[in-house]
Design a protein around this ligand. Structure first.
Ligand code: FAD
Length: 447
């Protein structure tokens, strides 16, 4: 049977764009549909604008610290619209760059929502097209609790990049990476931040010592962290502000409320039920390690499969799929040792097993820590300590986990992740000469 396309990709985000581009490069006739903006979550309303805000927010501390280094800075002020508009302009630039990549590879772009209407058949806007293979790369969306009265008065990460004005007071609900990143951003920019958690720990999946350190530093900086404070109701007051009702009768009044309470796979309304596509408890599309669903012509990658919700993972999954379908190269994404970061103030970064995970999975574990005040903080009179932690398998001496909180931790950890991935031993780290004076030298000096 002749199809309109060899490959039809639904969703032009991290996974979809990469898969479409690689497939087209292999000679396939490819189309992609995007209902919002080409680039997807990471580029349009995730990693990229978030990181730019983190960088912008960090100047607040740098300007204070600069005085201790002899700089006299007078009359400085912060203007939110300037930062916001420059960030959004960069997002526009990237959006154009992604579109141009698709165009130069000959990929047909439909700027419309797409859904499946039969086997190998997609409705896109008001057209129907057929394709030999269809990829669902529709990502995930913010989850707002549906059991909290007035929850709709808050915003999510989708809206936060477009705020008219910097809120004077903001409540951020959540303890995951997005909540901690925005708590840091708004606090640095001058908002009064209350971070609200149902439980009693930030970053539950992370190395506990680092999460505890972030909590202590955040509170010391002046972020009001409310633990065990499940929200129950959001009330709008006469002056337009919001009163958030928390457990045990406590309340907090704010001008803006940000839900950072997780992300759910975007798999509804795609016509999956009628086709019998297998999904799991969070609605995610079930795939094997090659991105294959239970239908031979249908594939899925990225956040919609709810495996590891990170851009480099979605990109690699999309790439592997296109290579397998159209490039004659069958390879699998390796999910071991995926590094990740929280761009909080200060940031965290991690790869491999945490201490509790290692103790459960391996017999003997050796732990090495460096708990120190970075030299810049010392001179700045900033009592903020970095913490590095290495987890080593006692039997083999192999480095199985590395966890850091402190300035530039994600930049340093990306290089260390190579050592963990390569299975280097602690002895090999010790044999590496220190590069002095750096923070990273601590990694080869832990005994
Ligand atoms: P997406 O990039 O979400 O793309 C899916 C696309 O499909 C979207 O553009 C959507 O509009 C479109 N779509 C959905 N349904 C349809 C339809 N029916 N028809 C047509 N189009 C459709 N990851 C990191 O690695 N590092 C970070 O620092 C980081 N920070 C983040 C910060 C925030 C605030 C958020 C929200 C996410 C962050 N992420 C980060 C996660 C990262 O953005 C995602 O893991 C990544 O974008 C997933 O890629 P994807 O291809 O699966 O989906």
């Amino acid at each position: 049977m002749a199809y309109d396309f060899d490959f039809f990709v639904i969703g032009a985000g991290s996974g979809g764009v990469r898969s479409a581009r690689i497939a087209a490069g292999h000679g396939a006739k490819v189309a992609i549909a995007e209902e919002y903006r080409v680039g997807g979550t990471c580029v349009i309303r995730g990693c990229v604008p978030k990181k730019l805000l983190v960088i912008g927010a960090h100047f607040a501390e740098d300007l204070v610290d600069a005085r201790r280094f002899g700089w006299r800075i007078e009359g400085q002020s912060f203007d939110w619209p300037t930062l916001r508009d420059h960030v959004l302009a960069d997002v526009d630039r990237l959006n154009r760059a992604y579109q141009s990549t698709l165009d130069t590879h000959g990929v047909t772009t439909f700027h419309a929502r797409a859904e499946l209407v039969g086997a190998n058949r997609v409705r896109v806007g008001d057209r129907e097209v057929t394709a030999a293979h269809v990829l669902i790369a529709t990502g995930a969306r913010p989850q707002v609790p549906d059991d909290i009265e007035g929850a709709g008065r808050g915003i999510t990460s989708n809206e936060v990049f477009h705020l008219e004005a910097l809120p004077r007071r903001i409540a951020i609900v959540g303890g995951g990476y997005i909540a901690n990143e925005f708590a840091g951003i708004f606090h640095q920019l001058g908002s009064s931040v209350t971070q609200v958690l149902r439980g009693n720990r930030l970053l539950k999946e992370w190395e506990p010592a680092l999460a505890d350190r972030l909590l202590a530093i955040s509170m010391e900086k002046g972020i009001d962290v409310r633990l065990n404070a499940a929200p129950s109701r959001v009330e709008q007051l006469k002056d337009g502000s919001l009163r958030l009702h928390l457990a045990h009768g406590r309340t907090v009044e704010v001008d803006q409320l940000l839900w950072a309470t997780g992300r759910v796979p975007n798999a509804d309304g795609l016509g999956l039920e009628a086709l019998g596509v297998q999904r799991a408890h969070r609605g995610q599309i079930v795939v094997d390690d090659r991105g294959a669903t239970n239908l031979p012509w249908l594939h899925a990658v990225g956040d919609v499969t709810d495996r590891v919700q990170l851009t480099p993972v979605a990109i690699r999954e999309g790439h592997a799929l296109a290579d397998r379908l159209f490039g004659g190269r069958d390879w699998r994404v390796d999910y071991d040792h995926i590094p990740s970061a929280v761009f909080s103030h200060p940031p965290l970064a991690s790869v491999g097993l945490t201490e509790p995970e290692a103790r459960e999975r391996l017999g003997g574990v050796r732990i090495f820590t460096a708990d120190f005040r970075p030299m810049k903080n010392v001179l700045a009179g900033r009592d903020e300590r970095a913490l590095y932690k290495l987890v080593v398998d006692a039997a083999s001496d192999r480095l199985v986990g590395a966890h850091m909180i402190g300035p530039e931790a994600p930049e340093i950890l990306q290089a260390l992740a190579i050592a963990v991935k390569a299975g280097l031993t602690k002895a090999e780290l010790d044999a590496t000469m220190a590069l002095h004076p750096t923070m990273a030298e601590e990694l080869v000096l832990m005994r």
